[in-house]
Design a binder for this molecule. Structure first.
Ligand code: GLU
Length: 556
C-alpha cells in the first residue's frame, strides 16, 4: 500500500520532532581507526547492581579479546527497563568489575559520568537516536505502527492457540501491518497509543543459517514475527537498541549470553534492513555446576558463589578468581600456566573457538585450590598488604592485630614461604585468622578457653611433666639443627624413643616417640596438632611468649 511519499508522510506523522537523519549519526560516529584485526567489544549490563559470575565471565571474555588485539572495550548501560533499575546499580557494577581488574576504555564511568566519543553510553540518553532510526525504518517501509491493545493481542493469541498455530504478530494476524495512511491518521487522531513494529517477510518455512564464533554453524527458523522496535512509551526494545547501538558504537564482536541466540535471526534481519555491516556474534553458554550427579546452571537463587561479591567478602584474591575464570574460558590455560609459571595471565591469548559449547563447569573447590597455589607464591609483604586491606573492611579485630606490629605480622607470613615447596594453607583472606591466631595472645587465650588439643593418648599429668622438663632445657638461641638435636636428647631423657622406627620395632621399651613429644610441644605453643614449621613459629613468637605458653600448661 505505502509508496515512498506515503511512507515519508507516515514517518513525519509518527515522529514530528525528529529532524536528525541516519547520515548525521554516521558522520558523528565514524568508523574507528584501529589496526587490522582489532576487536571492539562491550559489556552491556542492566543496572540491577547484581553481578552474576556469568556476567563477570562474559565481560572478561570481551575485555581480553579487545585488549589482546589492541582494540576497544566499552561499558554500555542498558537502562531502558526502569523496573529493573536499582539505585546505585551502575556504580556497584563498575566497582565490582574494577575489583577484578576489569577496566573499560570507554563508556559509563559513574552515575553521571562517561568517557569516549561514541556516547552517550546510557541507553536512556539515546532516545533521539533510536527515534531517528525508527523514523528511517518507517520511511523505508520496514516499520509500522500497531495500535493493538493488550486485549486485542490476547484475542489473537487465543485464536492462534485454538487453531494450534505459532502464536505471535505476523501474516494475517498482523492486523495493522497493512493499514492505509488514512487509517493510521484516524487512530492517531483518536489519541490511540501505538508500538512500532518491524515489517519482516512472512516466511515461516525460511531457515536462518549463521556462524556463531562459539557455537559454530547454527541453523534456526528465520524470524517471521513483526517484533516490537519501540514500545508505546517510545523506549526501544533490547532488539532495536542492540542493533542501533552496536552499529553506531562500531562494535565488531557481540559477545553475550546464549539466551539471546534465539533472537539472533531477528537481529541479523535488522542489520540487513538498515544495510549495516553485521558484527560477529559469540553466544556464551551459561556456567554450570554439579549438584549430586547432575549438572545445572549456576544459580543466583541457590548458589552464594554465583554472586561476585561473595569472593570479595570471603577475601579471595581477585587474581585467583580471574585465573580460575580464564581457565574456564579456555581449558588449555592450565598447560600454559604450567609452562609459564611467572607470566601474568594476560599474556595468555584466549580464543572464542575453544570455549565450551555445553557450558563451562564451575567448581569452587578447584577455584579454592588454585587460589592456594597463587597465595603460596606471593611474598609475605603481598600477603600482609592484601589481608590487611581485606580485614579493614571485614574483620576489625584482625586488622588491629596485623597493623599493631607490622614486622611481627610479616614474620608470621614468612614462615614456610619462598622455598621450593611453600605451604598452601591460605586460599582467601578469611582463612588468615584461623591460620595465624596462636601468634596473638588474645586469640590464643580464646581458643584455649575451649580446651587444649593435646593428643588423647598422653595423660594430662604426663603432658605437664613433659612441658615442665622441656621448659628447663629449651634454649631460644639454638639454631634449627641444635634445636632438633636437643628435642631428641630430651626424648631419651624422658623415656621416649628419639626415632620412630626404633619405637615401632620395640614399642614396649618406650613411653612413646619423638613425634609424640614434638606434638605435645606444638600444642602447648599453638594449640594445634598440625602447623607450619614449629621451630620457625617459636622463633617468630619470641622467647618470652614461648615461655609463657609453657608456663600456662605447667600451671593449669
Ligand atoms: N542488557 C543485556 C543483558 O543484560 C545485554 C546483552 C548483550 O550483551 O547484548 O543481557
Amino acid at each position: 500500500m505505502h509508496n515512498l511519499t506515503q511512507n515519508r508522510e507516515l514517518a513525519d506523522l509518527l515522529f514530528p520532532d525528529i529532524q536528525k537523519t541516519p547520515e548525521y549519526y554516521e558522520l558523528l560516529y565514524p568508523k574507528r581507526q584501529l589496526e587490522e584485526g582489532a576487536k571492539v567489544t562491550r559489556f552491556a549490563p542492566s543496572p540491577t547492581g547484581y553481578v552474576h559470575m556469568g556476567s563477570l565471565y562474559a565481560s572478561l571474555v570481551s575485555e581480553r579479546l579487545a585488549h589482546q588485539s589492541n582494540g576497544v572495550f566499552f561499558l554500555r548501560v542498558e537502562d531502558t527497563d526502569k523496573k529493573r533499575e536499582v539505585e546505585g546499580g551502575v556504580s556497584n557494577i563498575i566497582r565490582a568489575l574494577s575489583r577484578f581488574g576489569i577496566s573499560f576504555d570507554e563508556g559509563v564511568t559513574d552515575v553521571d559520568d562517561e568517557k569516549g566519543s561514541y556516547g552517550p553510553y546510557k541507553q536512556s540518553e539515546r532516545m533521539g537516536i533510536y527515534k531517528a532510526f525508527a523514523k528511517h525504518m518507517v520511511e523505508k517501509g520496514f516499520a509500522y505502527p500497531c495500535f493493538c491493545s493488550e486485549e486485542e493481542l490476547n484475542k489473537i493469541r487465543s485464536r492462534q492457540e485454538e487453531n494450534k498455530i505459532t502464536p505471535g504478530y505476523y501474516g494475517e494476524y498482523a492486523v495493522h501491518r497493512n493499514f492505509t495512511l488514512e487509517q493510521v491518521k484516524e487512530e492517531l487522531s483518536r489519541g490511540k497509543p501505538f508500538v512500532l513494529r518491524v515489517k519482516v517477510p512472512n516466511n515461516p518455512e525460511g531457515r536462518f543459517v549463521f556462524k556463531d564464533l562459539i557455537k559454530g554453524d547454527v541453523e534456526m527458523p528465520e524470524n517471521f514475527q513483526d517484533i516490537v522496535l519501540l514500545k508505546s512509551d517510545g523506549l526501544p526494545t533490547y532488539h532495536f537498541a542492540h542493533v542501533v547501538d552496536d552499529h553506531l558504537m562500531r562494535t565488531t564482536h557481540v559477545i553475550r549470553g546464549d539466551e539471546w541466540l534465539s533472537s539472533a535471526p531477528l537481529h541479523v534481519q535488522l542489520f540487513e534492513m538498515l544495510e549495516w555491516e553485521k558484527p560477529y556474534f559469540a553466544h556464551i553458554s551459561p556456567i554450570m555446576k554439579m549438584e549430586g550427579s547432575s549438572k545445572r546452571k549456576l544459580s543466583k537463587r541457590k548458589d552464594p558463589e554465583a554472586d561476585v561479591s561473595f569472593y570479595h567478602e570471603q577475601g579471595f584474591p581477585s587474581i585467583s578468581v580471574i585465573e580460575y575464570l580464564v581457565n574456564l574460558i579456555n581449558s588449555n590455560f592450565e598447560d600454559w600456566r604450567r609452562d609459564n609459571p611467572g607470566s601474568p595471565n594476560t599474556s595468555f591469548k584466549i580464543e572464542l573457538e575453544r570455549m565450551s559449547v555445553s557450558g563451562a563447569m564451575f567448581d569452587i573447590v578447584k577455584l579454592t585450590d588454585m587460589s592456594k597455589d597463587i597465595v603460596a607464591r606471593m611474598t609475605a609483604e603481598e600477603v600482609y598488604d592484601m589481608s590487611l586491606e581485606w580485614a579493614e573492611e571485614y574483620d576489625s579485630e584482625l586488622w588491629a592485630l596485623l597493623s599493631k606490629d607490622e614486622q611481627y605480622a610479616k614474620g608470621i607470613f614468612s614462615i614456610d614461604r619462598g622455598g621450593e615447596k611453600p605451604r598452601k594453607d591460605i586460599a582467601k583472606w578469611s582463612d588468615v585468622k584461623p591460620y595465624i591466631f596462636y601468634f596473638f595472645d588474645e586469640l590464643f587465650e580464646r581458643d584455649v578457653a575451649e580446651g587444649y588439643n593435646f593428643p588423647d593418648t598422653i595423660p594430662a599429668d604426663e603432658v605437664k611433666r613433659l612441658i615442665r622438663e622441656y621448659a628447663k632445657v629449651y634454649n631460644h638461641s639454638d639454631n634449627k639443627d641444635m634445636w632438633f638435636d636437643r628435642v631428641k636428647e630430651f626424648c631419651e631423657a624422658m623415656g621416649y624413643s628419639k626415632n620412630v622406627k626404633a619405637f615401632k620395632k620395640n614399642p614396649g621399651a618406650y613411653k612413646g616417640h619423638v613425634g609424640d613429644v614434638a606434638g605435645v610441644i606444638r600444642v602447648a605453643v599453638t594449640n594445634r596438632r598440625n602447623t607450619p614449621d614449629l621451630y620457625e613459629i617459636m622463633q617468630v613468637m619470641g622467647e618470652k611468649k614461648v615461655i609463657e605458653r609453657f608456663n600456662k600448661v605447667i600451671n593449669r
